[in-house]
Design a protein around this ligand. Structure first.
Ligand SMILES: Nc1ncnc2c1ncn2[C@@H]1O[C@H](COP(=O)(O)OP(=O)(O)O)[C@@H](O)[C@H]1O
Ligand SMILES: [Mg+2]
Length: 318
């Protein structure tokens, strides 16, 4: 089996005469990877996911699942996938449990009662699982959808905004569970409009805006505080000491001057652990240092390329 679980190439969805709501989207997902699709509402996340799972026709592009072309081997492709795409639909007059049982019957592999109970507990529905779905809130339906999608332990899990309707505890549990699945080699594509959530949950994040992929960021270089080891650093020194500062920095390994901001500020590209060393060398050379301040991580840097309106939406989660 190939280690690339999902690959999309030039995926495009056009509506009407010439409106492209998804435009030339390409990325790959590896086995055991949690990949985030991050973008403000209306960015095209759901449309992309719908095309991947074959719920809507793509206008252009290719989808490969475990190396198989979705256009040619659709059925076998989809049996490897578990997905929830926006408000999943259920039999309203049946209980949550009956819905899951019904779904389990369609699965290639037998789903045990223990497994059913396990996923029900995981999505915090044990207390209501015997109630009819028509009594469920939106959040409860969302959770039932997650339960359904992971029931048969698919190789590729696709969750469209799965944390909508989950409380913080539920979100943390889902995150832990996805990590466990990933350790077992199961890959998850998960969409969200929340930057912070994606940072915590994912190995890599694809940023989407207005139908286009504008960036792919690796999270593995991010430390526990969510800040990257690789920093953009703003350094303030006495005006007269600028040239000397540049000389000192150029003699140091691992620090690059990105630009001269003005007559007393330099912008540097460096790792966090080199800050004390930088400071020490500058002081030793008699440079008056007024400040060394790390500005932003690389992800935030990319994030800043978004329109300010979209940034606000993703930070606040509106
Ligand atoms: N069938 C359609 N016809 C026209 N516009 C659509 C259709 N489906 C979605 N859109 C528009 O495409 C954009 C992307 O939608 P969507 O994929 O749902 O974004 P997201 O999931 O990122 O919020 C939105 O502006 C939406 O209104
Ligand atoms: Mg959506």
């Amino acid at each position: 089996m190939s280690s690339v679980v999902l690959e999309i190439q030039g995926l495009t969805k056009q509506v009407g005469k010439n409106k492209k709501i998804v435009h030339d989207a390409s990325f790959q997902m590896k086995k055991g990877e949690i990949l985030g699709l991050l973008g403000p509402n209306g960015a095209g996340k759901t449309t992309t996911i719908r095309m991947i799972v074959g719920l809507i026709k793509k206008t252009e592009g290719k989808v490969f699942i475990n190396g198989s072309d979705l256009d040619r081997e659709g059925q076998s492709c989809i049996s490897d996938v578990g997905a929830i795409v926006e408000n999943p639909s259920f039999y309203d007059h049946m209980s949550g449990y009956k819905n899951l049982q019904q779904y389990a019957r369609l699965s290639k592999e037998k789903v045990s009662k223990e497994r059913l109970d396990e996923v029900v507990a995981l999505v915090q529905l044990s207390h209501a699982i015997k109630d009819k779905v028509k009594k469920y809130s939106l959040g409860m339906k969302q959770r039932l959808g997650v339960a359904q999608a992971i029931l048969h332990k698919p190789a590729l899990l696709i969750l469209d905004e799965p944390t909508n309707g989950l409380d913080p505890k539920g979100i943390r549990e889902l995150r832990d569970y996805l990590r466990e699945l990933a350790n077992d080699g199961i890959s998850t594509l998960v969409s969200s409009h929340l930057l912070s959530e994606m940072q915590l949950m994912c190995d890599r994040v694809v940023i989407m805006e207005q139908g286009k992929i504008i960036d792919v960021s690796d999270m593995s270089s991010l430390n526990e505080n969510g800040s990257s080891d690789q920093l953009v650093v703003m350094m303030n020194v006495k005006k007269e000491h600028m040239e000397l500062s540049e000389e000192v920095i150029e003699s140091l390994e691992g620090i690059t001057i990105i630009k001269r901001e003005n007559d007393h500020q330099l912008v540097l590209d460096m790792t966090h652990d080199l800050i004390p060393q930088l400071n020490r060398h500058l002081v030793k050379a008699d440079v008056d240092v007024y400040g060394i301040e790390s500005k932003k991580t690389s992800l935030e840097d990319k994030f800043l390329a978004l329109t300010s309106e979209d940034r606000q939406l993703m930070k606040e989660g509106k």
